[in-house]
Write a protein that binds this ligand. Structure first.
Ligand code: URA
Length: 193
């Protein structure tokens, strides 16, 4: 199977998933968006109200900030993969339960293994806990890169945090500038695109 057909079959599995109770309260599944050759994947927690209404990730206020932060480092939203730890909205935007994360993670692993991004950006504590370690907290490790199981993870705050605490916006900006440097270094080390 080529990349597209493998990815389409993952999508089909996601869009028919009944592995946890979230599928019953959601409006739309939100599998994630982005090209299959994305150099970077941004991973949030789970769809909110606006994402649930349309089936696409980060389309609300946090998503607008993410788009702005990307523009500031000369990246367009449609050139990166944007997804979440869980594909269905948790009621009232609560943090996904461990069993919901466990049920959903195999889909993200499958997506990531097809896309094979150079860097996976973890937005806040939920993706840090699910993909890196539950012992890490974003405030202690943001702006750093971690290697695990052949993947590079870059850690920063969830953009929603900056909507509630203005001071995080500047930290996010600085982290995005570091991300840009990391991507430029990777580009140069493999001869450029
Ligand atoms: N917050 C998330 O974690 N994901 C979204 O898709 C939107 C807001």
């Amino acid at each position: 199977m080529n990349k597209e057909s493998t990815y389409n079959s993952i999508l089909e599995d996601i869009l028919n998933c009944t592995k946890c109770a979230l599928c019953r309260s959601k409006t739309h599944y939100v599998p994630g968006d982005g090209p299959l050759d994305s150099r970077v994947a941004f991973i949030g927690e789970g769809p909110g109200r606006e994402e649930d209404a349309v089936g696409h990730p980060f389309v609300g206020a946090a998503g607008r900030l993410l788009t702005e932060l990307l523009k500031e480092i000369d990246m367009q939203r449609d050139e990166v993969f944007i997804g979440n730890i869980v594909k269905c909205r948790p009621p009232n935007n609560r943090t996904p339960l461990p069993e919901e994360v466990d049920a959903c993670l195999p889909y993200l692993f499958a997506q990531i293994s097809v896309i094979d991004p150079e860097v996976i950006v973890l937005l806040g504590n939920t993706p840090i806990s699910a993909l890196l370690s539950p012992q890490y907290k974003v405030s202690a490790i943001h702006g750093r890169i971690f290697e695990k199981e052949g993947f590079k993870f870059f850690v920063t705050f969830h953009p929603a945090a900056a909507l509630y605490h203005g001071e995080y916006k500047e930290l996010l900006r600085k982290d995005f500038l570091k991300l840009k440097e990391i991507l430029n270094a990777t580009k140069n080390s493999i001869g450029g695109f």
